[in-house]
Ligand binder design. Structure first.
Ligand SMILES: CC(C)(COP(=O)(O)OP(=O)(O)OC[C@H]1O[C@@H](n2cnc3c(N)ncnc32)[C@H](O)[C@@H]1OP(=O)(O)O)[C@@H](O)C(=O)NCCC(=O)NCCS
Length: 154
């Protein structure tokens, strides 16, 4: 197994892994996000893991953010997406990807790294915790459909 920066020739395989992590995200949205990431390498990086044959087994997208929940410094390295194919999990691949992202952020002056995971994602949360991340808060999201013409003040 090796971990390194995404190569241009691996973009289609990166898209395949992204689609496995975010299956409900439309392809055109994925392509737009990927183009945005690749057009700003100052603030973004994509790391991938490869097996011996060179096939991608995982990826981690990281960015520099000015602020993040529970953090006290700026800028902050942020884990935007982190995925390892099911057959390769629990072998240290996710940890190796995260270590590369942390080093990338530290090289850019970051003193903290932040991330998020779904409250119901037991494995994702366990992986964060066991790789040195403390849980800073839990957030519930809400929505309400508004009547045509907007909501009336009470
Ligand atoms: C989270 C994820 C990237 C971890 O990848 P991985 O290659 O399995 O990570 P590692 O092998 O480096 O595991 C690191 C540690 O995390 C913990 N861990 C990982 N998966 C775990 C699980 N299912 N249950 C409990 N602990 C777990 C373990 O302590 C593990 O070390 P150990 O195997 O020596 O005990 C992978 O599980 C994944 O792709 N999950 C689906 C997507 C996701 O949840 N992404 C993260 C939130 S965005």
């Amino acid at each position: 197994m090796s971990v390194g920066r995404l190569k241009r020739s691996e973009i289609t395989r990166w898209l395949r892994l992204r689609s496995a992590l975010w299956p409900s995200r439309p392809l055109e949205v994925q392509r737009r996000e990927m183009a945005d990431i690749l057009s700003d390498e100052e603030f973004n990086a994509v790391f991938v893991s490869r097996d011996r044959a060179g096939h991608l087994t995982g990826f981690l997208e990281t960015s520099l953010r000015l602020r993040a929940e529970g953090c006290h410094t700026s800028p902050i390295g942020y884990v935007e997406g982190w995925y390892v194919v099911p057959g390769e999990r629990r072998k240290g691949v996710g940890g190796a990807l995260l270590a590369r992202a942390e080093a990338w952020a530290a090289d850019r002056g970051c003193r903290e790294m932040a991330s998020d995971a779904d409250v119901e994602d037991g494995a994702g949360r366990a992986a964060h915790r066991n790789l040195g991340y403390e849980e800073t808060s839990r957030l519930a999201h809400f929505r309400k459909a508004l009547a045509e013409g907007g909501a009336r003040p009470r």
